[in-house]
Design a protein around this ligand. Structure first.
Ligand SMILES: Nc1ncnc2c1ncn2[C@@H]1O[C@H](COP(=O)(O)OP(=O)(O)OP(=O)(O)O)[C@@H](O)[C@H]1O
Ligand SMILES: [Mg+2]
Length: 245
């Protein structure tokens, strides 16, 4: 569905992406993992057309979307939940959801209902101002706003950031429900444990490049991933003197 090749992007003198290659197949949940500043957000922003790439190709269902303005990329079926949620604090929940469908003059009631089925809390609070909602509720709202237009690919930038474990679970459950309903997902997640649990495949970014990629199950068992990103020592090797300590 999505095929990124030799993507380079940056900000002024800063080279944030130095040749990124990745793909997302229809029906997958693919995770981007990596330390602060690795280029995860820049990758997402390049796909959504907000950051202008310097070179490379981004094919979406076979069509090169590089150079298209962000609203045209949304119209092709790519929707984004940005880092920090960015909901409109002075609009109600319902009005916030409406902004996600700016390309459609009329939004049938069923579209709101589909979001409320996924996040019943939003229904109870539909007349409440976005800015008065909790962090978790704002994340639900940001996801609701991104899916109300029936995208093909949903990209989320660190939806778990700053949330309590229980809320993270319900957000991640919702992401899996959406995937099971046919949506394809590209998810940035700094918590590698969470990322590898939820995803089919993952890309590990370091300094603007993909350092490692593979099926999430394989990466979970990879020793260097365990040590660097999962915060636990790798499977002990015979020559490893930590074995008996
Ligand atoms: N608006 C900007 N202007 C200048 N440099 C930027 C800008 N945004 C990002 N960068 C730089 O680009 C590089 C990649 O940043 P990016 O935000 O893509 O990383 P990230 O992997 O999403 O990090 P984090 O986990 O902290 O969100 C970093 O070196 C960062 O300082
Ligand atoms: Mg980021």
């Amino acid at each position: 569905m999505l095929n990124v090749k030799d993507l380079r992007a940056g900000y002024g003198q800063v080279e944030a992406l130095r040749s990124v290659d990745m793909e997302v197949k229809k029906g997958e949940i693919v995770c981007l993992i990596g330390n602060n500043g690795a280029g995860k957000t820049t990758t997402l922003m390049s796909i959504s057309g907000i950051v202008k790439q310097r070179s490379g190709t981004i094919l979406f269902n076979g069509e090169n979307i590089i150079g298209l303005p962000p609203h045209k990329i949304v119209a092709k079926g790519i929707s984004q939940v940005p880092e920090g949620r960015r909901i409109f604090p002075t609009l109600t929940v319902e009005e916030n959801l409406r902004t996600g469908a700016f390309l459609k003059p009329k939004l049938p009631k069923e579209k709101y209902e589909a979001v409320y089925d996924l996040f019943p809390r939003l229904k109870e609070r539909r007349r409440q101002l976005g800015g008065s909602m909790s962090g978790g509720e704002q994340q639900m709202l940001a996801i609701g706003r991104a899916i109300i237009n029936d995208p093909l690919l949903l990209m989320l930038d660190e939806p778990s950031l700053g949330l309590a474990p229980q809320i993270i679970d319900s957000i991640f459950d919702a992401i899996v429900t959406l995937r099971n309903g046919g949506l394809t997902v590209l998810l940035i997640e700094q918590n590698a444990n969470l990322a590898l649990e939820i995803s089919d495949r993952a890309y590990v970014m370091e300094l603007g490049r993909v350092a490692l990629s593979g099926h999430s199950q394989e990466l979970t068992n990879n020793n260097s991933i365990q040590e660097i990103y999962l915060g636990r020592k790798g499977t002990p090797q015979p020559e490893d003197d930590r074995v008996n300590t």
